[in-house]
Design a protein around this ligand. Structure first.
Ligand code: TRP
Ligand code: SF4
Length: 536
C-alpha cells in the first residue's frame, strides 16, 4: 500500500514506510522497500485491500494496512469460511534476538491458528548456518528465544507444529525431490547466485521450498505463508515448483491440436464469435474459424460485429500468435471447434495416465500426451486430476499463497535492523531500555510546538506512530485513530506522545517477558529439539 493509497482511505491508521532503498526483492539483502506500489506493478503482488471485506474477523494488522499485499490468498479465505482444512506456515532465521518486527509474523501465524488453521512455525537453522554463518550454539540460543516469544504471544504448540529444518527428515527428503526440478541457472536468475555461491546456500533454498510445501505433505490444502516482501522470490519459486510437481495440467481446449495459452485465447475468441462466420453455428469448423481470423486481420474486427472480450483478445495478442493459431486451425480443417476440458500429461506415470483415462466419465478422446473430456467442467477435472495423482504416488500440491506485511521503520529512521540496536526493540530488551529507546526515537514532528499546533505532525512518517499502529494500540482501532487524528490535527505534541508510547512499550515488554517465563515448561514439553548435536 502506498502513501497515496492510504490517503484515499479512512480511517488512516497505518504508518508510512520511510525506507530509502530501491525496490529489489532480495531475501538476503537489505529489507526495506521505498515504494510499495512497485511491488504490485512489477512483481504482481496483489493489494490486500481488495479482499479485506471477505476476511471473517480481520486481524488489526489487516485492518490497518500493515498487511498490504498477497498472492492468491482467496483459497485460504474460502477454506476458512467453509471450515475446510488450511494451513499457515512461516520460518525464522535465528540470527539474533526476536524483535518487534518478528512479532508481526508471530501474530499472523497465531491469528490463522485461531481461525482454525494448521499452524507451523519453523526455525530456519540450516539457512542461518549456511547463509549467515552462525554456529550451532548461537543458533540454539536464539531459536529458544524465538520459540518462547511465539508461545508467549499465544501460539498453541499442542495444536500446531514446531520444527527446526536440521532435524526434519521429511522436509529434507522433500527438499531433495524439489531439487530435482530446479536447476542452477534458475536459482542464479532468481537469487543472483553465481559460481562463487556455496552449495549449502542453494540447499537452504530448496529446504525453504520444502518448508513451504510441508503442510501439504499429508494432504493438499490451501496454505498461507506470512512473510515480508523480501521473501516473495521464495514464494514465487515455491508456487512454480508446486505446479511443476503436478502429474497433470488441466486446461480448456476447442480442438484436438495442442496450443499455447495465448493461442488458446485466440481460439476461444474465434469460438465465441462463431455466430458471425459458421455455416452451422452449432458446428463451427476449424477451417472457418481460420478464415474468419485471417479476414479479421485485414478488416476492422468490430465491423464484423465482434465486440467486447473477443475484440480485446484479438487486439492484444501479438501478430505472430495469431498467425500460428490460424495455421493450426487451417490444418485441422473440417474438425469442429468444440469446447472440452483437457488433461495434459506433465509427469504422470503410465499407470497414473491409464487410471485417469479409465476414471473420466462421459465422452472422452485420448491422445499421446493428453486426454480430452467433453462432459467434465474445469473444477471437477481439477479435483479428478488431483485424486488420481494422490492415488498414484504424487503430491497433488496446491500452489501456496502468501500475505505480505510492511517493514517497520527503524526507531532512528531508515530501516529497522537487528544489527543496529537503537533502531529496533528486542522482545528481550529490559522494559526500561525499551522505554528509553522510544523516548529517543525520531518522530514526524515539526521543529517547534507552535508549528506542530499549526500544521500538525506527520504521523505517516513517524516511527512512533508506527509503534502505535503496529503494536501498542493492539486491537483498539479507536485508539490508533485517535493518536493519528490528534497528531495530524496538531492536538498532540511529540513529547507527550512519546512518553505515552514509551510507557506502553515498557508495559508490553514487562508483560511479554513474564509470559515468556510462564511458557517455558510448555516449550520443554513441545515436540521440538532445543539443542543441536551438529558441529561447526
Ligand atoms: N528465509 C526466511 C528468512 O530469511 C526463513 C524461512 C525459512 C522461511 N523457511 C521459510 C520463511 C518458510 C517462510 C517460510 O527469514
Ligand atoms: Fe509522531 Fe506522536 Fe509526534 Fe505525531 S505527535 S509526529 S505520532 S511522535
Amino acid at each position: 500500500m502506498t502513501g497515496d493509497h492510504e490517503r484515499a482511505k479512512e480511517p488512516l491508521t497505518d504508518g508510512g514506510a520511510a525506507g530509502a532503498d530501491e525496490v529489489a526483492l532480495d531475501p538476503w539483502g537489505s529489507s526495506s522497500v521505498s515504494d510499495y506500489r512497485k511491488l504490485f506493478e512489477e512483481f504482481g503482488i496483489e493489494t490486500f485491500d481488495e479482499l479485506l471485506e471477505d476476511v471473517p474477523h480481520p486481524h488489526y494488522l489487516m485492518r490497518r494496512g500493515v498487511i498490504f499485499g498477497h498472492r492468491d490468498y482467496r483459497p485460504v479465505l474460502e477454506a476458512m469460511a467453509e471450515d475446510e482444512p488450511f494451513a499457515v506456515l512461516s520460518g525464522f532465521m535465528p540470527t539474533g534476538d526476536p524483535h518487534i518486527g518478528h512479532k508481526l509474523v508471530f501474530d499472523e501465524i497465531i491469528w490463522h491458528q485461531q481461525q482454525g488453521g494448521d499452524a507451523y512455525a519453523l526455525i530456519a537453522d540450516l539457512e542461518a548456518h549456511a547463509a549467515r554463518g552462525l554456529s550451532w550454539d548461537e543458533i540454539d540460543e536464539h531459536a529458544r528465544d524465538y520459540l518462547l516469544s511465539l508461545l508467549a504471544l499465544g501460539f498453541d504448540p499442542e495444536e500446531g507444529t514446531l520444527y527446526r529444518q536440521s532435524t526434519n527428515r521429511e522436509v529434507q527428503d522433500l527438499a531433495f525431490e524439489l531439487g530435482i526440478d530446479a536447476n542452477f541457472s534458475e536459482l542464479g536468475a532468481i537469487y543472483g547466485f553465481d559460481g562463487e555461491t556455496d552449495v549449502a546456500h542453494m540447499q537452504s533454498v530448496v529446504t525453504q521450498m520444502a518448508d513451504i510445501l510441508y503442510p501439504q505433505l499429508e494432504e493438499p490444502k490451501p496454505t498461507v505463508i506470512p512473510v515480508g516482501p523480501d521473501q516473495d522470490p521464495h514464494v514465487r519459486l515455491a508456487r512454480d515448483l508446486a505446479t511443476r510437481m503436478r502429474f497433470f495440467g488441466v486446461t480448456t481446449a476447442y480442438a484436438s491440436f495442442e496450443a499455447t495459452d495465448t493461442e488458446l485465447e485466440v481460439v476461444a475468441a474465434a469460438y465465441d464469435a462463431r455466430e458471425t462466420y459458421a455455416e452451422d453455428p452449432d458446428l463451427p469448423r476449424c477451417g472457418e474459424a481460420a478464415e474468419w481470423l485471417a479476414d479479421a486481420e485485414s478488416e476492422a474486427v468490430s465491423a464484423d460485429g465482434v465486440e467486447g472480450v473477443v475484440e480485446d483478445v484479438l487486439e492484444t495478442v501479438p501478430d505472430n500468435v495469431r498467425g500460428t493459431t490460424i495455421s493450426k486451425l487451417e490444418n485441422a480443417g473440417m474438425e469442429p471447434l468444440r469446447p472440452r476440458t483437457r488433461f495434459l500429461d506433465r509427469r504422470a506415470t503410465d499407470d497414473a495416465f491409464a487410471a485417469l483415462i479409465e476414471t473420466i466419465d462421459g465422452e472422452k478422446r485420448v491422445f499421446d500426451e493428453h486426454v480430452d473430456a467433453f462432459d467434465l467442467v474445469h473444477d471437477e477435472a481439477e479435483a479428478l486430476a488431483r485424486e488420481i495423482e494422490l492415488a498414484n504416488g504424487g503430491y497433488g500440491f496446491l500452489p501456496p499463497s502468501s500475505i505480505y506485511h510492511r517493514f517497520m521503520t527503524g526507531l532512528t529512521g531508515g530501516k529497522m535492523s537487528s544489527s543496529i540496536p537503537a533502531s529496533h526493540i528486542s522482545l528481550l530488551d529490559d522494559p526500561e531500555d525499551g522505554y528509553d529507546k522510544v523516548k529517543a526515537a525520531t518522530t514526524g514532528g515539526r521543529e517547534t510546538a507552535e508549528l506542530q499546533r499549526e500544521l500538525g505532525g506527520k504521523a505517516d512518517e513517524c516511527p512512533v506512530y508506527e509503534l502505535y499502529a503496529y503494536l501498542l494500540a493492539g486491537d483498539d482501532d479507536e485508539f490508533a485513530k485517535l493518536v493519528y487524528d490528534e497528531c495530524v490535527g496538531g492536538d498532540r505534541l511529540c513529547g507527550d506522545c512519546k512518553e505515552q508510547a514509551a510507557q506502553l512499550m515498557k508495559e508490553f515488554l514487562a508483560e511479554h517477558q513474564e509470559k515468556r517465563e510462564e511458557v517455558a515448561d510448555l516449550l520443554e514439553a513441545a515436540d521440538i529439539e532445543l539443542e543441536s548435536t551438529r558441529r561447526g
